[in-house]
Design a protein around this ligand. Structure first.
Ligand SMILES: [Zn+2]
Length: 518
């Protein structure tokens, strides 16, 4: 609205006057001269920025009233039409000026190197010897370089070799240039230490030989048959002799921890646990807690026996031993803590140990050693294909693994039971029954009394089963309930009551170890 009011900076409004020749004029001519609603357009001065701004708006308004689109089919021959044609020509001209010229390219004249240049190139080029390579300018023959008739031999040759997969020590040493006798002697001397594992690194020094072309005698050979033992074979006056150097070992267990994340297995591997350790950890946890109960935000914690060579060697310098402790931590508080205890390698929670110590009869022994592969609840049957109640849990175990009675009881059924195949049912009293399916073989018969932990049969895949596993059921008052609603304790849980304090003290000791991981 800058043009509407009186403005002292603006000169008296005046008409644009006669159109200048050219586009603007043509368009202007095409438009009605006096539009009733169009205000008189002032021509502002450009002296300062306000006027500049005003001028820009004036240009904007002028352009808004004009069009650059002219229909050349209409009013042929008129001024407006001629202007449109001229505009089209003006558009086309730059495009035509950019028209490419497609003339053939002329190749540069071919210049072959002269003899001198060719000699220079050959001296610097890397070419096969058979093609005349002189292997570099600096080594090309000159007057001051003469060819020797015989080359002096190196006194010794130092080599490093790594034993390959499916390779043989003798073959490897002979390939390195050792005399067959020496290679066989090395094999014989190291035989009591066991065959070296693939990937074992050998440092070998070969001594001078009497005749060129003969295999060289062994001077020194050293390697590590174990991470904590270094062996050196040296040639002395009396032949080869072997010396063992035990390497001091640190046996502080590793204490690893980290966030479970999307994969507990991967997280534990990332924290530095080896695959066997992770496997043992998962098995220990699985005995007391279904994996489904572990949340991605939980932390895992494990302590594993570890031996580490103290000489700073990087390869083959340590090895993990038994898993000692497995735990799950939620919100900073331990959710599950299990620790290896006793000589049978079983893991216990303090509660399970206490329960076992008090001979608490409400705790059941695990029916079989294995991992739970299917839980109680509605699921699609793997063979029948429709959804129904899975009235027990499936525990995968090797064919023929012993199946134990989870508690004292009487055998009320032992025989074929439809999809359960060979099936045993035990009555434990107190309204508790247990069922065991898919057995390969029975160890007890109907009417027999069985004790907790007694073997009642063996794992198989009879009935509707995709593989060897135990289908284990628990009944309360005749109704199937989730067997995991009553926790198992591992077998042979007969621990001296006085051990509980020692157990807790040991757990504190393990958890006080410095942690590794994030
Ligand atoms: Zn089942």
């Amino acid at each position: 609205m800058a043009f509407a009011g009186p403005d002292p900076l603006v000169a008296a409004p005046r008409s644009f006057g006669r159109a200048a020749p050219g586009q603007a004029g043509l368009r202007r001519a095409a438009l009605p001269r006096a539009e009733p609603d169009a205000p008189p357009v002032p021509v502002p001065s450009l002296r300062d920025w306000r006027r500049w701004d005003r001028w820009c708006r004036w240009v904007e308004r002028r352009l808004a009233r004009r069009t650059l689109t002219i229909d050349l089919r209409a009013d042929i021959g008129s001024r407006r039409w001629c202007g449109g044609l001229a505009l089209l020509g003006a558009y086309l001209l730059p495009a035509l000026l950019c028209w490419p010229t497609l003339a053939p390219l002329v190749a540069a004249p071919l210049s072959l190197p002269g003899d001198d240049e060719a000699a220079e190139m050959r001296a610097q080029a890397i070419r096969p010897l058979i093609a005349g390579a002189t292997t570099g300018r600096h080594f090309a023959a000159t007057d001051s370089v003469t060819r020797l008739d015989s080359v002096p031999e190196r006194a010794t040759i130092a080599l490093t070799a790594v034993l390959g997969e499916n390779d043989d020590l003798v073959h490897m040493l002979q390939r390195l240039g050792l005399a067959a006798g020496d290679a066989a002697a090395v094999k014989a001397m190291t035989a009591p230490l066991g065959a070296p594992a693939p990937g074992t690194r050998f440092a070998i020094t070969l001594g001078p030989r009497a005749v060129a072309g003969d295999p060289r005698p062994l001077s020194v050979l050293s390697y590590r048959p174990r991470f904590d033992l270094d062996v050196t074979i040296t040639r002395t006056a009396g032949g080869l002799s072997l010396v063992k150097h035990p390497i001091p070992v640190d046996v502080t267990p590793l204490h690893l921890t980290g966030v479970v994340g999307s994969s507990l297995y991967r997280a534990a591997r990332d924290a530095g646990a080896d695959p066997d350790t992770v496997q043992a950890y998962l098995q220990a946890i699985d005995q007391y807690m279904p994996f489904e109960a572990i949340a991605p935000g939980d932390r895992f914690e494990l302590v594993v026996a570890h031996k580490r060579a103290l000489d700073g060697a990087t390869s083959n310098a340590g090895q993990d031993g038994d898993l000692l402790y497995a735990g799950i931590v939620r919100d900073g508080k331990p959710l599950l803590q299990v620790m290896r205890w006793g000589n049978d390698g079983n893991f216990y929670t303090p509660e399970a140990l206490a329960g076992a110590a008090e001979q608490n009869s409400s705790l059941l022994a695990a029916p079989v050693a294995g991992n739970i592969t299917s839980y109680f609840g509605m699921r699609r049957h793997p063979i029948l294909g429709y959804v129904r109640l899975h009235a027990g849990i499936d525990i995968a175990a090797a064919w023929g693994s012993p199946i134990y009675a989870v508690s004292d009881g009487v055998v009320t059924y032992a025989g074929w039971h439809g999809g359960h195949g060979n099936y045993i049912r035990l009555q434990h009293g107190g309204g508790i029954d247990t069922g065991y399916g898919h057995m390969s073989r029975f160890a007890v018969g109907v009417g027999m009394h069985v004790a907790r932990g007694q073997v009642i049969g063996y794992v198989g895949a009879t009935g509707l089963a995709t593989g060897p596993h135990l289908h284990y059921e628990l009944f309360r008052g005749g109704q199937p309930v989730d067997p995991l609603s009553i926790r198992f304790v591992p077998h042979h849980a007969q621990v001296d009551p006085h051990e509980l304090a020692a157990f807790r003290a040991r757990m504190q000791q393990l958890l006080a170890l410095p942690r590794t991981g994030v």
